[in-house]
Design a protein around this ligand. Structure first.
Ligand SMILES: [Zn+2]
Length: 344
């Protein structure tokens, strides 16, 4: 660790900063969430960016934590050092804040990259917060809400956040980027609300809609994208009603929970460039489906989906579930697979 505090920096400092930031001791000691260094005395980095909270008046909105407690967005901050605070992702924040549904017809690889980094920051930030808070203040022995030693699952997403430090090249097997991202244009329904955020931190997945944009992101190395390039019912880049997006988000979160594989990676780094190459899909279990292929996702269950729709409080979820308790209906498409239009 001491090598990082001396000059000149070692050539592989990007990798080392991520390793240091994700160390359980760094998280518990509330070091900078991006580099593991000494944080400022300030209030830290807002996980939900200030521009977004201002635009949609979200300061008093609350995030539900895994232990059942709630944290207002205004307090959802993580420790950051003077170098990393603001500066690191400033360009990404400014980039995403200027996007709108008008960009979707000409959506670029660069747009996906910036949005993927942005979603990664929010997801990693939420997990840092959960990993630094005690599950029960009166019973410290129960440990943190999210186990700090499980944060290394965030390794890939955290590396994406480091790419401002030097030229960073990511090579992925399934998409241009090592994650799944679906983008949607959303119609306006002021009464229903212009903003929603949901996560499945074990996915890990995060879905956000604000204004006329909806993003569904999974930190799965692109596995979900590989299976369905245009996402549930092939609706990516189309226009949805926000209620439809919230149903779709629940489906993406459920799918992310079924993931049963990860990837191997090779990194290399010199003074100018960091390279990260995704090598292979590595299944968690050796058991194989009948066709002999690797089981990348566990089998889909309409019953479990019904529970997920309820847990995410998808509006009117009870109408999507039949008497057997299975998610038999959808507001996304009709029987012929044509997109439904939800106007009222
Ligand atoms: Zn830092």
């Amino acid at each position: 660790m001491s090598v990082l505090s001396k000059n000149p920096l070692p050539a592989d400092y990007v990798l080392r900063l991520t390793e240091r930031a994700l160390e359980p001791n760094s998280i518990i000691a509330r070091q900078c969430f991006l580099c593991g260094g000494q944080p400022t005395n300030g209030r830290g980095e807002h996980v939900i960016p200030k521009w977004l909270q201002n635009r949609f008046d979200l300061w008093d909105s609350k995030l539900g934590l895994l232990n059942g407690s709630f944290l207002p967005y205004r307090s959802l901050r993580v420790p950051a050092c003077a170098t990393c605070n603001g500066e690191v992702l400033g360009k990404t924040e400014s980039y995403v804040s200027k996007l709108s549904a008008e960009n979707i017809p000409n959506w670029t690889v660069a747009d996906s990259y910036e949005v993927g980094r942005w979603m990664s920051k929010i997801l990693v930030g939420i997990l840092f917060k959960e990993a630094s808070l005690l599950r029960d203040q009166r019973q410290p022995a129960l440990g943190e809400i999210f186990p700090p030693d499980a944060m290394d699952e965030m390794f890939m997403l955290h590396l994406l956040l480091q790419s401002w430090r030097k030229l960073s090249l990511f090579r992925a097997l399934h998409t241009q980027h090592p994650f799944t991202l679906y983008v949607y244009s959303l119609s306006e329904d002021i009464e229903y609300g212009m903003f929603n955020l949901s996560t499945n931190i074990f996915g890990p997945s995060i879905c956000i809609r604000f204004g006329d944009l909806g993003f569904a992101f999974v930190g799965d190395g692109g596995l979900q994208h590989d299976l369905a390039g245009l996402g549930p019912y092939e609706l990516a880049r189309q226009q949805l009603h926000p209620i439809q997006f919230d149903e779709l988000a629940a489906r993406v979160h459920y799918k992310s929970a079924l993931r049963n594989a990860t990837h191997s990676y090779i990194h290399s780094e010199d003074a100018d460039t960091f390279r990260c190459q995704q090598m292979a899909v590595v299944p968690y279990t050796k058991s194989k489906p009948i066709d002999g292929s690797d089981q990348v996702f566990k089998p889909w269950s309409q019953k479990q989906l019904a529970e997920v729709l309820e847990r995410y409080e998808v509006p009117g979820f009870e109408y999507l579930i039949d008497e057997a308790g299975e998610a038999a209906f959808t507001r996304l498409v009709d029987e012929d697979g044509q997109k439904l239009s939800l106007k009222d």
